[in-house]
Design a protein around this ligand. Sequence first.
Ligand SMILES: Nc1nc2c(ncn2[C@@H]2O[C@H](COP(=O)(O)OP(=O)(O)OP(=O)(O)O)[C@@H](O)[C@H]2O)c(=O)[nH]1
Length: 496
Amino acid sequence: MLKELTSVIDKLGDVLADLQRQENLATLHHAQQASHEQNNGIWQKLFVGQPRSTPPSPSASDLTRLLADFEHLLGRLRHQQGQLHRLQQFNGQKLQQVAQALQQSPFTPARARALLAELARLDGGAHQGLLWQLLDCYQESLRLCLEQEQRSRAHQHELCSRLQQLIDELHFSGDVGAELAKIQSQLLQQRDGLALPPLCLRLIELTIEGCRQERQNSTLFLARLNTNLGEMHHNFAISLSEGQALFDARTHHGHHIAGELRAIGEHLVSQDNEQLKEEIELRLRSITHVLVQHERLQEREQSLLNRMNAMELQIQELKQETEDFKQRLSVQSEKLFIDSLTQIYNRAAMEERLEVEYRRWLRYQEPLCIALLDIDYFKDINDRYGHLAGDKALRLIARTIQKSLRDSDFVARFGGEEFVLLLPNVNPDKLNTPLEKLREQIRNIPFRFKDERVTITASIGATLFRTGDSTTSALERADQALYRAKHAGRDQTVMA
Ligand SMILES: Nc1nc2c(ncn2[C@@H]2O[C@H](COP(=O)(O)OP(=O)(O)OP(=O)(O)O)[C@@H](O)[C@H]2O)c(=O)[nH]1
């Protein structure tokens, strides 16, 4: 997919370069035509009547706008290409790790091993992220089968809900989509832990199948786009050389006419009458000949302009198609960075953003805070009011955190009931204030489960980046601070 995208981006780059050349030519053409008309205007009026007004070139007036649009589009596509590439690398590594762990496990059955081999051959593309999570669930379900019944029930429930969330993120249509929906409802009533591993495997198979189909569709779409761009590139090249040839010919004719007129002027002063008459007749025949050719050139120019009009339409259509494609890409990469339950950023997005903020911190040394927020006794909420109540609480808490932060701050669901916050450019002396305010806001959310008013609290561990820190060392320090907050009785903020 990335390869096809790269080739489309390259083609767009070619078309953009053509557009730029076309614009330069149009500008030059207009400038030279203006000066040419100024020089010969009087003579033209004398011999040809009013100068024929050339219809305004559509490309000249609209090219600048098109160029800016194309450049913008190209820039955004390149940016998205980079983002996708990094994310695919991350997900690819994760996929490899989980697959390796499964390969090495003595409990992995033959069907799963066959699927792992298939996965190694498949380029999962945009779905690598989901695939490694599904493999992770599968590994977990195998482990649950081997565990004691008592402990495994809660975990089994959790795993079912995780799998349902993952299915939510898959947007396959047709048979694959229908079977996924069936599995999702099976997961709702899942009682038997032993049935989970085969269900997981079926999910992985379906994801691979869906991936293949989606890849096929994307490849077809990109191939069509690529062909269209290729044709456009070709047409541009032809029009460009045709335009250049016409321009050269018109300039040549202009010089010719000017030369003839100059010669007439010279003869007027130096020759006697009879000779002068012959000379002028000869010159006029020559000028008439040039003017006929000139008319033909103008017809050719008119047809070139018509072709360019048609090409502009083609460009607009192509732009629309590329815009649609960009939209699809955006939706896809957004989905890759958004947590499906809470609709805030997920861990992958956090890792991207952390890198960006860290590099900015290294460069400008403005205070950067990283904080971990973990909901207290969340397991009790699940156990007492059910998993769905737990999910609802997570959604509300995520929304509360998001609302409480400044626009420049960042929050992501780190996993389970844990969130990570990045607060750039904070006042180190007043760092506690926004974090304590946030903790209070969570505590004051009016939860109501089974007609009971429930207070949910959170613990926060936070730290500022220090000289010599890496992203990992700062994150570990925030984690230790969170650990201390939990052990000191929860519902508090600890700075490290
Ligand atoms: N409903 C729901 N629960 C989840 C989700 N992800 C993780 N959990 C639950 O979050 C709970 C976390 O439990 P623990 O790690 O023991 O932590 P805790 O109960 O919050 O206790 P402390 O963190 O020590 O205060 C587990 O029961 C998980 O099942 C989810 O997406 N939805």
